[in-house]
Design a protein around this ligand. Structure first.
Ligand SMILES: NC(=O)c1ccc[n+]([C@@H]2O[C@H](COP(=O)([O-])OP(=O)(O)OC[C@H]3O[C@@H](n4cnc5c(N)ncnc54)[C@H](O)[C@@H]3O)[C@@H](O)[C@H]2O)c1
Length: 250
């Protein structure tokens, strides 16, 4: 049975591109009322246009997830939020010596603190509305349990998102609010295409059990399931969507 999100309010942070965009398309196609918040308003509006062209509902807002005052204002503007998807992140592929303090602080403030800020204000709104809710955060195959070379800030941020998700899940289940995360493996989006050369992408692809990158839809399908009633006893889980990347030793 396909889940329906008719009448549900779904906020997607980072819904202008890649996996977040695919989540926006899919939730809208399943009847949801989709709100995309992204600092790239041009691409966010394009996603909204694509959704509306097919007769579904969506709206975009320019929002920097690190701007806590604006994030609080944004979440306060909803009467109810049923589902929050926290897909906004950036990637820096450098080791500790190469990573500047500014790069470290910026990445942690977007990937980890930004996820915390959105969760904090979404949970506040969900608790107030007293109707429960579901949050899906984004960890990563690199950083969930294990690190990867040359990505010290990114894997540290994603390890933080994993434990943030578990901490929130145990605190707010009593209010009917479930908080889970997906941990995608390499997925074909701007994030990896902009940070890696063609030969690096080819090399990475050849190490995967599937020998191919995931499609954003592969991850979005799991996000939709986690948000659904069918997943009502899943809480504090980090679901690998990585084609088996983390299942193999070498
Ligand atoms: N693509 C992969 O291989 C991969 C692998 C593991 C995990 N992930 C995770 O999946 C999630 C989605 O990644 P993607 O590959 O779709 O990336 P993407 O770059 O295509 O999309 C990220 C989106 O986040 C937005 N964003 C970034 N910083 C923001 C900020 N401060 N405020 C508001 N919006 C901001 C961007 O504008 C963009 O729309 C991320 O959390 C990423 O870490 C991706």
């Amino acid at each position: 049975m396909k889940p329906t999100y008719s009448g549900k309010t779904i906020v997607i942070i980072g819904g202008a591109s890649g996996i977040g965009r695919e989540c926006a398309l899919l939730f809208a196609q399943h009847g949801g009322n989709v709100f995309i918040a992204d600092w790239n308003i041009v691409e966010a509006e394009k996603t909204v246009e694509a959704i509306q062209k097919d007769g579904f509902k969506a709206k975009a807002e320019k929002l920097d997830i690190t701007d806590s005052k604006n994030v609080e204002r944004y979440f306060n503007s909803f009467i109810t939020i049923d589902i929050l998807v926290n897909a906004a992140s950036v990637l820096v592929l450098k080791d500790a010596i190469e990573t500047t303090i500014e790069e470290w602080l910026r990445l942690i403030s977007i990937n980890l603190t930004g996820t915390f800020i959105a969760c904090k204000y979404a949970i506040t709104a969900m608790k107030k509305a007293n109707k429960g809710g579901s949050i899906i955060n984004f960890s990563s195959s690199t950083g969930n349990y294990d690190a990867a070379p040359n990505s010290v800030a990114y894997v540290s941020s994603k390890g933080g998102v994993t434990l943030l998700t578990k901490a929130l899940a145990s605190d707010y289940a009593k209010y009917g609010i479930r908080i889970n995360a997906v941990a995608p493996g390499p997925t074909d989006t701007a994030m990896i295409r902009e940070c890696m050369s063609d030969s690096e992408l080819e090399r990475l692809q050849s190490t995967l059990p599937t020998r191919k990158f995931g499609h954003p839809r592969d991850v979005a399908n799991v996000v939709l399931f986690l948000a659904s009633e069918e997943a009502s006893f899943i809480n504090g889980a980090i679901i690998a969507v990585d084609g088996g990347q983390t299942a193999k030793i070498s």
